[in-house]
Ligand binder design. Structure first.
Ligand SMILES: NC(=O)c1ccc[n+]([C@@H]2O[C@H](COP(=O)([O-])OP(=O)(O)OC[C@H]3O[C@@H](n4cnc5c(N)ncnc54)[C@H](OP(=O)(O)O)[C@@H]3O)[C@@H](O)[C@H]2O)c1
Length: 346
């Protein structure tokens, strides 16, 4: 008997998109055997590498090979197609949109319009792009609910580590009162290097050399990446209505080697903390560098590791740690949402 088909339209074919495709190629047979679904990608849209469309399923190995060898989808690829990303979403006829385009911290666009277009065309949505969750979660979730469509976003904070699923699926009846996290690896790494004797500039260069700080590092250093994650957590876990600009944000550019040495003398470290909390009936967020005592579990969060502590009314405080993630953990987050979709929505 033929497997049922599940088709994907992918927006973005960068680090996350390519790694997700590698995982999909590896897992395609397992998904068929376990869930009786043949998962195919019918369209891929990028900003500058071109777009592919094949209603019977794009050849993902070929797409990966072309981008790796030519830096774009080949002019000779018969499945190359024209059109804007919005047109490709519509044309794809896919069951699910996977939004993996570049994060825009200032407004969450154009990812928000990609997701709206998907819902208009009755497609489920999985996003690893946190912009739409940080900027417009409530409205998009309402759009999904009205059409009985899934809107999944596990990868937006701490990659595939269950953060949203942890609360939604394993803490029934609990109300999240507050949370605290270390969620930006670049700043964590820089301050750790400074503790070991580097100055700020050298530490930043080392982070860039190792490939986890952007060429323009202001998103991390000034706290905007952390603010977007804080906003996403507040909007989903605490039923708040904030965006990255309403998070009270201070980055680490003002932190000196002297501050770090003083923290060391006092028996601690400086960490960039992300917090969501309730105050006078409102949910608020802040990102700021703070002293953390060496006896605190947060002081042990080193290098690119992340931690999130969630305090609930019924279950008290729970901490979850993601240890030194690589791009595979991002791909897993998207894959885990895909399996949730198959198991719970089809
Ligand atoms: N990498 C991670 O570890 C990680 C972890 C969690 C979440 N995320 C999120 O996942 C998303 C993708 O991350 P990434 O690391 O793969 O980024 P990336 O390597 O920079 O790739 C971004 C992709 O989006 C494409 N793109 C940009 N604007 C577009 C548009 N308007 N229409 C269609 N495609 C567009 C780019 O096209 P071109 O190729 O032509 O430039 C590129 O293929 C981001 O939102 C990121 O924040 C990433």
């Amino acid at each position: 008997m033929e497997n049922r088909k599940l088709s994907i339209c992918m927006i973005g074919f960068g680090n996350a998109g390519k790694e997700f495709c590698r995982l999909l190629i590896k897992k395609r047979e397992e998904i068929k055997d376990t869930y009786d679904f043949d998962v195919i990608v019918t369209a891929i849209s990028t900003k500058s590498k071109g777009a592919l469309y094949d209603p019977t399923g794009v050849d993902l190995s070929r797409a990966l090979h072309e981008v790796e060898s030519e830096g774009r989808f080949s002019e000779n690829n018969p499945k190359r197609t024209d059109g804007s990303t919005l047109e490709i979403i519509k044309k794809s006829g896919a069951d699910v949109l996977i939004e993996l385009s570049t994060l825009s911290i200032k407004d969450g666009q154009p990812a928000i319009s990609h997701i709206e277009e998907a819902f208009r065309n009755n497609m489920h949505v999985i996003t690893a792009n946190k912009g739409p969750i940080a900027w417009d979660y409530k409205r998009l979730k309402r759009m999904a609910n009205e059409k009985n469509l899934a809107f999944l976003h596990e990868t937006t904070v701490m990659d595939g580590t269950p953060v949203f699923n942890l609360v939604e699926k394993t803490l029934p009846g609990c109300r999240v009162l507050r949370f605290k996290g270390i969620l930006n690896s670049t700043t964590n790494f820089i301050m750790e290097e400074m503790e070991a004797g580097s100055d700020f500039e050298t530490a930043l260069k080392e982070a860039q050399r190792r490939g986890f700080a952007e060429a323009n590092p202001s998103m991390d250093i000034d706290g905007w990446d952390a603010a977007a994650k804080t906003a996403a957590l507040i909007n989903v876990l605490m039923d708040g209505e904030v965006n990255p600009m309403t998070i009270d944000t201070t980055g680490i550019s003002g932190i000196t080697v002297k501050d770090i040495e003083e923290a060391k003398k006092k028996g601690g470290k400086i960490k960039l903390l992300c917090e969501g909390y309730r105050e006078n009936g409102r949910v608020k967020g802040r990102v700021y560098p703070a002293f953390v005592d060496n006896r605190d579990i947060f002081s042990k969060v080193d290098s690119t590791t992340s931690i999130l502590s969630i305090t609930t009314d019924l279950m008290g405080e729970i901490c979850i740690v993601e240890r030194n993630p690589e791009i595979q953990q991002t791909a897993y987050g998207i894959y885990s949402d895909l399996l949730t979709l198959i198991k719970e929505w089809f």
